[in-house]
Design a protein around this ligand. Structure first.
Ligand code: FAD
Ligand code: SF4
Length: 515
């Protein structure tokens, strides 16, 4: 073959122009399971299995389209120290003169491949992955290093640029954002209506055997069948299911949490992030399908639900990518609040008396999934309030979630949830006491702790930890106009009450493993 074309596990985009070129005989497409990729962080076992299964299905689909494909498993690559040594070995073996790849979305891989291109004897070149809506070259027009960029303004620009939910250059419905209509708690009467999630039963026994044989160190639980989509057809089915059954209530219950339903882990969320991040689905395909569903079912689906969903894909997803690329590699070491504590053991077992944490962690271990508010306001909030080292927090999120790839995980974790970037993403820390969790969930009613108490032995840890966090960071946060009121409330409490709260918080921190 003249050219070796390497496909990363998160580049399963069958519509890429590579595959549309007429003369395919000169190309050898390589897709490979690699220890380098299973070992750079400890991943959830379902995540490793889902990537491997999706890669295998993609290789099969390319073979069926008569392309020359080499699909390598860990059995074939275990002696290759890294991706670049594999590329060199294969290029020699198949007598290729050129090596081509699509730009990776991670800084780590982009740098590694760039260094390889600079030093290799082969002619190595890269091309766009043709996935994102904002072209890579345009990122620097909208993001500046170390500068806060408001997501809302970025989102409005994207709405205009792609003419999404716009009418004569003004937003459809007269406003950009319908959040005030969304974000309800699930009432008891809502529970029975939660749709059963669409799950798959992909047989992954052979993959699990390989994972064990090659001693890949993983976390979480897995059965012989995988519920996540591992092909383009399944990804499309999941999107169809979302549009038909979940979109009508998406925004309304976007922030709700419950422990009282069999479908408590999925609710009205699309769970398409894995399919999107592996590029089995294209973001514009998702947006167009949602818009078509809205057009066809205007009586059942409100603009608020549709706008709320599209904002996540057209706004947040593209926005965090911009923040990531404009601020890497420095972003990976940001620690504005100088947090240094280790994660407690229950992040890997779910064994804690805090019901909200137990629910969020247990479901993450069981399904490799938690929805945004569980990630942000339960586990993320807990790490923020207790001052966990952002490196620890990043590794946990990067490992545990099915959809976790650094470009999207890190700005969400280190930035949005831990405020370690000092406010490049969030204008204030997403810190909350038990009151917020009680408002958005039914977790507190069956908890060991009392959400109404702040300082006694029964008190919800989030309550005292919240005040301790505010107290510790007062010098930095009191200047923030969005937080000023909080400090006025603190000052209104009498000194003995303040002491008792801070004492309880200190006890919680000293006994963090026992909470
Ligand atoms: P839905 O709730 O159905 O939303 C639809 C889609 O919108 C998602 O699939 C996703 O592609 C996009 N989206 C929504 N919110 C965001 C966001 N804040 N940033 C980027 N895209 C968004 N998302 C990841 O894809 N990978 C991660 O590793 C990841 N880590 C996160 C870590 C933390 C601490 C937090 C707070 C959020 C993280 N997110 C991450 C964002 C978000 O929580 C997930 O995209 C979402 O929960 C995925 O589930 P879903 O597909 O059911 O999403
Ligand atoms: Fe979580 Fe506190 Fe509610 Fe328990 S009482 S579920 S710890 S917020």
């Amino acid at each position: 073959y003249k050219t070796l074309r390497f496909i990363f596990g998160d580049q399963l985009n069958a519509n890429h122009s590579w595959y549309k070129e007429e003369d395919q005989t000169q190309y050898l497409y390589v897709i490979a399971e690699l220890k380098q990729e299973t070992d750079y962080v400890k991943h959830h076992i379902q995540k490793v299995a889902a990537f491997f299964a999706a890669m295998e299905n993609f290789a099969t689909a390319l073979k069926q389209a008569q392309l020359n494909v080499l699909h390598l498993t860990l059995d074939d690559t275990h002696d290759d120290a890294c991706i670049t040594s594999l590329l060199t070995r294969l290029a020699k073996q198949y007598q290729c003169q050129q090596i081509q790849y699509q730009y990776p979305d991670e800084y780590r891989l982009k740098t590694q491949l760039q260094e390889f291109a600079n030093s290799s004897d082969f002619n190595v070149s890269a091309t766009d992955s043709e996935h994102f809506l904002l072209p890579f070259a345009d990122i620097s027009d909208h993001f500046k290093k170390d500068k806060h960029v408001k997501m809302e303004f970025f989102y409005r620009m994207m709405r205009k640029r792609f003419d999404i939910l716009m009418q004569d250059n003004v937003p459809l419905g007269g406003q950009w954002n319908f959040d005030q209509d969304n974000r309800n708690k699930l009432k008891k009467t809502d529970l029975a209506a939660i749709p059963e999630p669409k799950i798959f039963t992909n047989n992954i026994e052979a993959i699990l055997q390989r994972i064990r044989k090659h001693q890949v160190n993983t976390l979480g639980h897995c059965s012989a069948t995988l519920l996540w989509p591992t092909s383009r057809a399944q990804a499309k089915q999941l999107l169809d299911y979302f549009c038909t059954h979940l979109l009508p209530c998406f925004g309304q219950f976007q922030d709700a949490m419950t422990c009282q339903s069999s479908y408590k882990w999925s609710l009205y969320h699309s769970r398409i992030a894995f399919a999107l991040n592996t590029k089995m689905l294209h973001p514009m395909q998702v947006i167009k399908q949602v818009l078509a569903e809205f057009a066809a079912r205007q009586e059942q689906i409100t603009l608020a639900q549709v706008e709320g969903f599209i904002r996540q894909i057209l706004g947040w997803r593209e926005y965090v990518r911009g923040i990531y690329w404009q601020n890497m590699p420095d972003y990976a070491s940001k620690n504005e609040l100088e947090a240094a504590r280790l994660l407690p053991d229950y992040f890997w077992s779910g064994k804690t008396k805090m019901n909200c944490m137990k629910q969020a962690i247990t479901q993450s271990l069981e399904t490799a999934y938690a929805h945004h508010i569980q990630r942000l306001m339960i586990t993320g909030n807990f790490c923020l309030l207790t001052g966990i080292d952002p490196n620890e927090v990043d590794s946990w999120y990067l490992g545990i979630y099915i959809d976790a790839i650094e470009w999207v995980e890190m700005p969400n974790t280190r930035g949005m949830s831990q405020f370690a970037d000092g406010g490049l993403i969030a204008t204030k820390p997403y810190a909350a006491s038990g009151n917020y969790i009680n408002k958005m969930s039914d977790y507190c009613t069956s908890c060991h702790y009392n959400v109404k108490q702040k300082s006694d032995d029964t008190a919800c840890p989030f309550n005292s930890l919240y005040w301790q966090f505010m107290h510790t960071h007062e010098a930095r946060l009191a200047r923030n106009p969005r937080i000023g009121m909080v400090y006025k409330n603190w000052q209104k409490q009498d000194t003995s009450q303040q002491h008792a709260i801070l004492e309880r918080a200190q006890w919680c921190l000293n006994n963090i493993e026992k909470l």
